[in-house]
Design a protein around this ligand. Structure first.
Ligand SMILES: [Zn+2]
Ligand SMILES: [Zn+2]
Length: 246
């Protein structure tokens, strides 16, 4: 496998092409499916920064016949699945055959005085209604952050698959590109071991523009600022015409 393990779309494609030779790609909701004859990859994406970059990743995967699970937030700081464009992107990701999971944030509930169970259910229902599907899996945002009261909360109470349960962490190899770096080396270095894996990648690191994580994040911020400026101008234009007619 190529040794230039930069996080970009070219290497992402190489990784998938290599993995496809050996692995069976499973959705989280397919955990109970009958025993696979090939090693299995649960390919997971946590959406923290951009729905449009997630959409681009989903397209690339679709082109290669790979299915993965996209964990989405309902109240992320950097995207909104409930805008016209957000809804469209999320539904298109689902319609490509990928699974939509729930990327929940206990810290948000805590900070805003929302009961964990009520908040979780509220947001899960919102996303389910948006995509027109039941949510079957969830992954926590900032899972290592200790939050008072979190011991009383469990995703399994909602009959969902928890991406952080021992099923997906301990009984197989778990690797993640968190913080734009693989703690145990790039996923491509693990493929030859042919062991079952959960692989977490964040679309902004692979589909984002720039050769450093800072540039990728800044670029994404610029794209969003431009969109907001354009939409603000559209509102101004609309009201100028409307007020002239009145
Ligand atoms: Zn690599
Ligand atoms: Zn996250």
């Amino acid at each position: 496998m190529k040794k230039n393990c930069s996080l970009n779309r070219e290497h992402y494609r190489e990784i998938l092409e290599e993995a496809l030779k050996v692995f069976d790609f499973r959705l989280f909701r397919e955990r109970e499916n009958k025993q696979a004859t090939s090693p299995v990859i649960y390919l997971r994406h946590d959406l923290d920064h951009s729905l449009s970059l997630a959409y681009e990743m989903a397209l690339l995967e679709k082109e290669l016949n790979v299915r993965s699970t996209y964990f989405v937030q309902s109240h992320a700081d950097f995207y909104n699945p409930f805008t016209d464009s957000g809804t469209k992107l999320l539904r298109e990701i689902k319609n490509m055959g990928h699974e939509i999971g729930f990327h929940y944030d206990l810290n948000y509930y805590k900070k805003n005085g929302i009961d964990f169970n009520k908040g979780f259910l509220m947001e899960k229902n919102l996303i389910e209604n948006l995509i027109g599907n039941e949510i079957r899996s969830a992954a926590r945002h900032f899972p290592h952050k200790e939050i008072a009261g979190q011991e009383s909360f469990s995703v399994s109470e909602f009959s969902l698959y928890d991406a952080y349960s021992p099923l997906f962490i301990k009984s197989l190899k778990y690797i993640s590109d968190s913080g734009h770096s693989w703690r145990e080396g790039c996923v491509c270095q693990h493929l030859h071991k042919k062991q079952d894996m959960q692989v977490l990648t964040h679309p902004v690191w692979w589909m984002g523009e720039g050769n450093s994580w800072q540039k990728k994040l800044k670029k994404e911020g610029e794209v969003q600022a431009k969109t907001l400026t354009r939409e603000t101008q559209e509102i101004i234009d609309y009201y100028e015409v409307y007020l002239k007619k009145r």
